[in-house]
Ligand binder design. Structure first.
Ligand code: ATP
Length: 601
């Protein structure tokens, strides 16, 4: 259905208004991201967190604004399809020299879907795949702002080059000991690249992204070192020290370190970018196995992440043949979880009915998921993508899974050929998608089943229990009380990190009352198996966690050795008071041992 002539002035006006809407969005998004530098320089930590939270809302606000304008000025919803068709082609024309064409296409999709109120059968009117290439977009901002800069040191000038690289960011706050910090970095680079043994090749260089990456109390310098055919990704976290001076805290190297820094379980970065696709391309060269969707997410461009994820998913469906099934593990009481074995994500929908002990509603559960999305996830809570009206091919669903959805979430299910293409589809009204992990209860049970004689399994248990406690402590540092701390609500990632994923009982720590179990008033209380004291809705009794968590003696021993404080109400109360006093704890996206503070000067 290619329009033969672009003869509708209204179609052009609609396309132009849509483009203005997107440009306004990106201008505001970029300005907010660019301000992160100033907030970092002035130690405005609460402001930084607030901005991170608020920026997530920008996209939906701008889409709504644009829809309103199109309706008001052009009666867009009642225009014939011919006009909409032409609007898309005019829009493509407007994208030709654009610096964020992929984002602008997604914006067009969001606005169009809202106006046409149909999500399934208007593929002709939206961008199902990109129409405009993002390759080789050049930044025509002043020469000082390319996407990345290249430096060409020799062995002799390497230290000075590192100093120059850092100074070029012109941070408006002094470093305490930049000379010393860069010496640490130099030593780390030398060790990592074995520089005293390898020959420096003609192309030896350091490439550094021109904008810093800001998140919470940190700024990260990101780049790669190239020598011959070797490329080593690196990142340097810059923090404030105790005197409020700047310091390079560590040197992170290689794909694994970077993957952890850019993890889906952390808050999105603030980065000042004119050509985001060029940043994505550069970052992808550092982490080739990280899907582009996740890189866009990490840069705060979550709608683009969502679009790309969905395209990747459709592509995967086309090139696979396995069936969706109920996810392995203990079934949720609130969430119905399924997966596709060949695809590393899970799909979660909110059930229509829950057991009596789950005193919640669909809206409350959604609010908790939203809270997590906007909160600093400190590497310990999985990010979720939220979708409406997702269609799957019916023949890829097992009957057992369909029966499960019919039983527990009938309001969310439609089975029909909505788009009229002759294929029956399963349409799920609302769902969350998140990374699949190994549920901790399964992981732990496997190790326990191997028996105490198995040294590897013993190690596995120890690591897992320590990580589990660390996870809870990181959540506590970020003002999150997980609510339900059973093993089954945590998963283990492929980097061995433990991550929490059951959000329906999550609360702010500062909203909870941490209490000791009162002493029994008499013998009757003491012998009663029931709870005889009154319990408020936000009361938490840490002393009672043990019996639920520590059934196995092996687990109990490790837990008590490392995390006995979690069973003490005083631990929780102290953290609550610290947060109430306005202190933000640092949560590092790397191991403590990596910090230069542990390196002799
Ligand atoms: N990201 C994930 N990766 C792997 N499995 C998962 C993931 N999320 C959930 N599951 C599986 O689905 C089950 C239920 O998920 P979840 O804990 O989110 O549901 P829930 O209804 O909130 O649980 P509860 O009954 O504890 O409140 C988990 O126990 C686990 O087995």
């Amino acid at each position: 259905m290619f329009p033969q002539r672009l003869d509708s002035p209204l179609a052009y006006a609609i396309a132009k208004a849509m483009m203005d809407g997107f440009n306004r969005h990106y201008r505001l998004f970029r300005t907010e991201s660019a301000r992160a530098k100033h907030r970092f320089e002035t130690a405005d930590w609460l402001g930084q967190q607030r901005a991170q939270r608020e920026r997530i809302e920008f996209y939906d606000l701008r889409v709504k604004e644009c829809v309103r304008r199109l309706e008001k000025e052009f009666g867009a919803g009642s225009q014939p399809m011919e006009v909409w068709h032409q609007a898309k082609f005019h829009y493509i024309g407007l994208l030709v020299n654009h610096h964020q064409p992929e984002l602008a296409e997604t914006f067009f999709n969001s606005v169009t879907c809202k106006i046409l109120h149909r999500t399934h059968f208007h593929n002709d009117f939206i961008f199902v795949r990109p129409a405009v290439s993002t390759e080789y977009i050049e930044n025509d901002e002043p020469a000082a702002k390319p996407t990345f800069r290249a430096y060409y040191p020799t062995r002799e000038t390497l230290h000075q080059t590192l100093i120059t690289i850092v100074e070029n960011f012109q941070l408006q706050r002094a470093f305490a000991h930049l000379e010393r910090d860069t010496r640490h970095v130099l030593a780390a680079v030398q060790a990592r690249l074995a520089l005293d043994q390898v020959k420096l090749r003609a192309n030896f260089q350091i490439q550094v992204l021109t904008s810093l990456f800001f998140r919470n109390k940190g700024a990260y310098l990101v780049g790669k070192i190239i020598n011959g055919f070797t490329e080593v990704p690196f990142a340097l976290p810059i923090l404030h020290d105790h005197q409020g001076k700047l310091t390079i805290d560590a040197a992170l190297f290689g794909e694994e370190d970077l993957q952890i820094l850019f993890s889906f379980a952390r808050a999105y970065f603030m980065v000042d970018m004119e050509v985001p696709s060029a940043y994505v391309q550069f970052l992808r060269s550092l982490m080739p196995r990280k899907p582009r969707a996740e890189i866009y997410n990490a840069l705060g461009l979550a709608k683009q992440g969502k679009t790309l994820f969905y395209r990747d998913f459709l592509h995967h469906l086309k090139h696979s043949s396995d069936q969706f099934r109920i996810a392995p593990g203990i079934k949720g009481m609130v969430m119905l979880v399924f997966d596709l074995p060949s695809f590393p994500y899970v799909f979660k929908l909110i059930k229509d009915f829950y057991p009596a002990q789950k005193d919640t509603t669909r809206e409350q559960v959604k609010a908790k998921y939203m809270l997590v999305k906007q909160h600093d996830r400190v590497g310990r809570m999985a990010d979720t993508l939220e979708y409406s009206e997702v269609a799957f091919p019916r023949d890829r669903f097992s009957d057992e899974l369909i029966a499960e959805i019919e039983k527990f979430a009938p309001s969310q299910l439609e089975i029909s050929d909505r788009d009229g293409d002759g294929q029956t589809e399963v349409i799920i009204k609302h769902l969350y998608i998140e990374r699949r992990m190994i549920p901790l209860n399964i992981y732990l049970q496997e190790a326990l089943d191997a028996g105490p004689g198995d040294a590897h399994a013993r190690q596995q248990i120890e690591r897992c229990v320590i990580e589990y406690g660390n996870t809870i402590k990181d959540l506590v540092a970020a003002n999150i009380f997980p609510g339900d701390m059973l093993w089954k609500n945590f998963g283990i990632t492929r980097h061995g990190k433990v991550v929490f994923y059951d959000y329906d009982e999550i609360e702010y720590l500062t909203d909870c009352n941490f209490r000791r179990v009162p002493a029994p008033r008499n013998e009757e209380d003491e012998l009663s198996g029931e709870i005889w004291y009154t319990v408020g809705p936000r009361d938490v009794f840490p002393e009672t966690f043990g019996p639920f968590l520590l059934g196995s003696p092996q687990v109990r021993d490790v837990f008590m050795q490392h995390h006995a404080d979690l069973l003490d109400p005083a631990f929780w109360q102290e953290h609550k008071e610290r947060i109430q006093a306005g202190h933000l704890l640092d949560v590092f996206p790397y191991h403590q041992e990596r910090r230069f503070v542990h390196t002799p000067a």
